[in-house]
Design a protein around this ligand. Structure first.
Ligand code: ADP
Ligand code: MG
Length: 667
């Protein structure tokens, strides 16, 4: 079955789906929700909770009336009731959708109730027999030209009419490990009936993903046993010219790395350390070992912003030691690219900073000895594969700021050696954190202005780029507009998010780093690695939408200099008691936060906790105490009976996984 066989999908819609990365029926089904919204709890007006989004069934009492004011502004009001009370339904600037509501008929509504105003604003609504409201509802990211409604309609047609695929995990394993069959799994993920089912399906999904990944790693490791052996060099001149001393932890990790590099052992190591623990300099010093032994180094970061920053920070330091560095990113001019390609081949560049674009076809190193990957541990093994296809097989050093406990790390990264930086540089002042609700906005903005007047800079983080028809979380665009108005030019505000072109992103990042922007409104794009010491305040809107570890990463952008820093977690309405938020407010240690994250998601009252954390957009943010040992058991099982050769579906999965990473690395 092809996409265009689905009723309603013609060439135009197909092109839109392609843009979203969906090319066939299987791809459609694998396109999962960004998060789930709980629309399951039917309440009466009288006993609903003020300020919360809830699901009502209401009868229309009178017809829609529209009032116009200012230019193009309108309010449309409908009165509706249930057995306990009546209420105003209010739509702002949307006078058409409520027109379809018929007097005397009952509908389902979903929206936030304001009890003092006796109204529900901009509610979603549907007929009683429609399941758009009334359950756990997946929210998908779609693009312009394809509405969410259409997306769901097509998806439903597919789910109702096709058996998606045969399972690559044998029935015996499904049974032993209590996993859901692949077809049921996707059905549940797209149309969950209960949290318990959803939890099981998510767990099955993550388990499957990890199994395929681990198998791919294992197979690859089996064929690669070359290594590079370096002569020892003294790092003293290099560390002496830093304006700080390495911490004990940094020195320890550095000695573990040099052990790998000096022995006849392939380095395949991951350095795990909390945000701000100083991983970058450790990597740079490792690079110096390779370079002084005559090898070249590639230093990759997941974003262009981060690559630019790394290059800027270390260019002159390296230069002092006669080490030539270059930056290669997508926006590098063709002319510059060409000369970089040439110089790399001639061994005239010692260390190249860049994103994964580094690995495009044309790039050839003369003598690549070490690949460093910042903040992207998952791709390590695939990079090595790509590189070995190019005929070289360098050492691999991965840096990860996800501070997971050692025991977990050992099972997660079975194919890697592990180094942990577990102390922060001693000059750090602990960040002061506050948990507040949105109605404190004026107060925290005043505080922001005060910091800015003292010469500091501020980050404001929102969960998404633009407003969303189905949700009322704050967006970068909206906050930017509102703040612009509120501050009336008194401070220099700008915004940044992933959808901007590279040039704007780079320019804005540079302006902020130079202190030419006072306040930067951003999505979580700034989560990784950005280092601006003068920024000392971060405001995170709808903080409950982020995972615990992600909040910690975000907060790690401040508290990097000598100034006292502050983080303000702004909870969505009704979420001020959120356990996650209360924990992060009082805790600053990444390892403890990671442990709590596990505990919250894994143990104990898994069910309740899962509900409060279910808005997360990351499937992997589901943890189960047994997850990794289960994955290991399954992998061993499949590996021993050589299923990766005989099981065609599994083989395909593994190959796809390789391709998927290859694609990410190559663009
Ligand atoms: P991360 O581990 O999050 O990548 P970075 O490597 O970006 O952290 O380091 C954070 C900041 O701390 C940088 O500005 C770096 O210069 C500084 N730093 C690194 N090591 C030390 C140290 N031993 N003492 C003081 N400052 C340090
Ligand atoms: Mg870093």
């Amino acid at each position: 079955m092809k996409l265009t066989d689905i009723k309603g999908i013609g060439p135009k819609k197909q092109a839109k789906l392609n843009e979203m990365g969906i090319y066939d029926i299987g791809g459609y089904i694998e396109y999962l929700q960004r998060y789930y919204e709980d629309r399951s709890n039917l309440v009466y007006i009288e006993n609903s909770v003020d300020g919360e989004k809830q699901y009502f069934e209401l009868e229309i009492a009178n017809a829609a009336k529209t009032y116009f004011f200012k230019k193009n502004m309108s309010i449309t009001r409908v009165v509706a009731k249930d057995d306990t009370s009546s209420i105003n339904l209010v739509w702002y600037n949307d006078r058409f959708s409520p027109q379809s509501l018929k007097i005397g008929t009952k509908y389902k509504f979903f929206g936030k109730i304001d009890k003092s105003k006796k109204q529900i604003s901009n509610p979603l609504f549907s007929k009683l027999d429609d399941d758009y409201i009334g359950g756990i509802y997946p929210i998908y990211s779609v693009i312009k030209g394809l509405s969410r409604k259409e997306f769901i309609q097509f998806k439903d047609t597919i789910l109702d009419n096709t058996k998606i695929r045969s399972d690559y995990l044998p029935e015996k394993i499904l049974e032993q490990e209590n996993l859901v069959d692949i077809n049921d799994m996707f059905k549940i993920l797209h149309r969950p009936d209960s949290y318990l089912d959803l939890y099981k399906a998510k767990l099955s999904y993550v388990t499957r993903q990890l199994v395929v990944e681990h198998l791919a790693n294992k197979l690859f490791n089996n064929i690669d046993n070359s290594y590079i052996k370096h002569k020892a060099i003294s790092l003293t001149p290099y560390t002496e010219s830093l304006d700080f001393e390495l911490t004990q932890s940094q020195q320890q990790v550095l000695s573990e790395i040099s052990y790998d590099m000096y022995s006849d052992k392939k380095m395949n190591r991951i350095v795990i350390g909390d945000v701000g623990s100083g991983k970058t300099i450790v990597a740079i010093l490792s690079a110096i070992i390779a370079i002084k032994n005559g090898y070249q180094v590639a230093f990759m970061a997941p974003t262009e912003l981060l690559s630019i920053q790394h290059h800027n920070n270390f260019k002159s330091y390296l230069n002092k030691f006669d080490i030539r560095s270059e930056l290669l990113i997508g926006s590098t001019s063709t002319k510059d690219k060409r000369s970089i390609y040439r110089d790399l081949q001639n061994n005239d560049i010692d260390i190249l900073f860049g994103t994964h674009a580094l690995f495009q076809e044309k790039l050839e190193f003369n003598n690549l000895g070490l690949v460093i990957t910042d903040e992207q541990q998952r791709f390590g093994v695939y990079q090595r594969k790509l590189l070995s296809e190019k005929g070289s097989s360098p050492d691999i050093l991965l840096l990860s700021a996800t501070p997971i406990p050692r025991t977990l790390a050992l099972t997660m990264y079975q194919d890697l050696d592990l180094s942990i930086i577990d102390t922060l540089p001693s000059n750090r002042k602990p960040i002061e954190s506050f948990l507040v609700s949105e109605n404190m906005e004026r107060r925290f903005l005043k505080f922001a202005v005060k910091q800015i007047q003292e010469g500091r800079q501020v980050y404001v983080v929102c969960p998404r780029v633009s407003d969303d028809e189905d949700s009322d979380v704050n967006s970068v665009e909206n906050i930017y507009k509102r703040y612009k108005k509120f501050f009336e030019g008194r401070i220099r505000i700008d915004y940044i998010h992933g959808q901007l072109d590279v040039e704007s992103k780079t320019r804005k990042q540079q302006l902020f780093a130079n202190g030419d922007i006072d306040m930067l409104i951003a999505t979580s794009i700034i989560e990784v690695g950005i280092d601006v010491k003068n920024a000392n305040l971060m405001i995170i809107y709808n903080a409950n939408y982020f995972g615990l570890s992600q909040l910690h990463q975000l907060r790690g952008r401040i508290g990097r200099g000598n100034y006292q820093s502050y983080c303000i977690f702004v909870a969505s309405d009704g979420k001020i008691e959120d356990e996650k938020l209360k924990f992060i407010e009082t805790n600053n240690n990444g390892f403890e936060i990671a442990r709590k994250d596990l505990e919250l998601r894994g143990a104990g009252d898994r069910f309740g906790v899962f509900q409060s954390g279910f808005t997360s957009d990351n499937m992997y943010e589901i943890y189960d105490e047994d997850l990794y040992s289960r994955v290991n058991r399954i992998v061993m099982n499949l590996f021993e009976d050589k299923s990766y050769e005989s099981n065609i579906e599994l083989k395909k999965q593994i190959e796809n996984k390789m391709l998927e990473y290859k694609k990410i690395i190559l663009n």
